[in-house]
Ligand binder design. Structure first.
Ligand SMILES: Nc1ncnc2c1ncn2[C@@H]1O[C@H](COP(=O)(O)OP(=O)(O)OP(=O)(O)O)[C@@H](O)[C@H]1O
Ligand SMILES: [Mg+2]
Length: 418
């Protein structure tokens, strides 16, 4: 029987073997070890696309349903199922499609599909304990639907810790911090040769916490501060039939633009009418046209890809330009890293407070030897800087930001094969 570890991430999914090898499960992409956690149901086809091919197909022709960040909805009672092509897909069905494709891709390397899995989950899906249990239950169901017969959960930061531990030659007290696309998880844990390989590592966890801040929220801050005015924030329009009255574009409509999957909700009748009135009478007509096309032509995903690309560039460079030309939208926005950091300040403060809270709760357990940063968003310099300031450069460690969790889950799965 093959066993494996599986990190089902908000934006990327990765899988590994008991020896820590992360498998190339996305052969059609540049980073073959990362399977994008997205689905596309084209309008005119029965095929369901998953991973990078879903993105490619969607960008070719966006008529259909594109589903992203489905992990973010696992805890939500109000999101139970969705209709596509006249069929009801529960959230478990959607996740199962992704997990099954990954399992099949593993089978191509292993000769047969793995049956037992150590599946990652965030330290906290949500503060609400009942909703948190619901999220895990849904994830388990999805793994069963995908064909796994033995399923064990491990929280993602412990998994990341196990990956870090593999290279330790002496025991350490380590703060592990995983900054993903949807959540940030922190765990303070005792690691090292004397504990490695123990079947249950929970006794080594000194404390752990998590918060719903990840890369998606940083993208939203760029949208909020830099781009919303280009889509009508702060502009006025005239209400039909009331020729002398000008109103400000309501903030709740603008707030829907902060995440591209919320944007589709603006297409409902009342907001569509609002967008038409803006087209007729906006004091800045080009912003009304940009908003209308963004929403009605379903360009949100493309725009957010451009935003994310700029954020990633700002991790390397002091400034970057967001170029986006689609329909009647023309954006050439220069963003400096300093600006990005100032937009992100509330998120950075919350991350810092969350870290402080954990350290306060664990006060007196001893000196922290190292801080291990992982997850794609750990590459944001200001995020790293929070820990450098607290602990000093020489105690801050990193490894492959995108595969540590999967590697640790793989290592943990060794216990399943015995
Ligand atoms: N160089 C970079 N600088 C800043 N952010 C980056 C960089 N590269 C990737 N990211 C961000 O990292 C996130 C993806 O990281 P990761 O794969 O660790 O998340 P995930 O595991 O899918 O999410 P989660 O763990 O929250 O479920 C995305 O938000 C992406 O925009
Ligand atoms: Mg992750």
């Amino acid at each position: 029987m093959h066993v494996c570890g599986l990190d089902f991430g908000t934006s990327n999914t990765a899988a590994a073997l008991p020896d820590g090898t992360v498998l190339p499960i996305a052969p059609e992409t540049r980073e073959q070890r990362l399977f994008r956690s997205v689905l596309f149901f084209p309008e005119d086809e029965r095929t369901v696309y998953a991973g990078a091919p879903a993105i490619a197909r969607y960008l070719e022709d966006n008529a259909g349903r594109f589903i992203q960040s489905v992990k973010s909805f696992l805890h939500s009672r109000s999101f139970r199922a969705t209709q596509v092509h006249g069929r009801t897909w529960t959230i478990e069905d959607l996740v199962a499609i992704l997990l099954r494709r990954v399992r099949e891709a593993m089978a191509a390397h292993l000769g047969s599909a793995p049956e037992a899995v150590v599946l990652g989950r965030p330290a906290v899906f949500t503060e609400d304990a009942e909703a948190d249990a619901l999220a895990e239950q849904r994830l388990r169901k999805a793994a069963e639907l995908a064909g796994f017969t033995r399923i064990q959960f491990l929280i993602e930061p412990i998994a990341a810790a196990l990956a870090y531990e593999a290279q330790l030659s002496r025991d350490e007290l380590v703060l592990v911090a995983d900054f993903g696309a949807g959540t940030t998880d922190l765990t303070l844990m005792r690691l090292g040769p004397s504990r490695r390989g123990q079947p249950d590592r929970r006794p080594d966890v000194v404390g752990s916490t998590g918060v719903r801040i990840g890369g998606d929220r940083f993208d939203a801050e760029i949208m909020r501060h830099k781009l919303l005015p280009r889509f009508g924030a702060g502009t006025t329009y005239r209400v039909r039939g009331l020729s002398d009255k000008r109103l400000k574009v309501p903030q709740h409509v603008m707030a829907k633009l902060l995440s591209w999957h919320e944007m589709s909700f603006i297409r409902e009748k009342s907001t569509q009418e609002l967008m038409e009135m803006m087209l007729e009478s906006s004091d800045q007509p080009e912003t009304a046209e940009a908003l209308y096309d963004l929403v009605m032509e379903n360009l949100g995903y493309r725009l957010f890809r451009a935003i994310e690309a700029v954020k990633v560039r700002l991790s390397q460079e002091p400034e970057a330009t967001l170029d986006f030309e689609e329909a009647r939208i023309t954006l050439h926005e220069r963003i400096t890293r300093a600006e990005f950091e100032s937009f992100s300040q509330p998120l950075l403060t919350e991350l810092d407070q969350c870290t402080q809270g954990l350290l306060d709760r664990c006060a007196g357990v001893g000196e922290i030897d190292a801080v291990f940063l992982t997850g794609g968003s750990s590459q944001i310099p200001a995020v790293r800087q929070l820990y450098v300031q607290r602990f000093g450069e020489d105690r801050v460690r990193t490894a492959d930001a995108f595969t540590s969790v999967a590697e640790g889950l793989g290592r943990a799965s060794a216990a399943l094969s015995g």
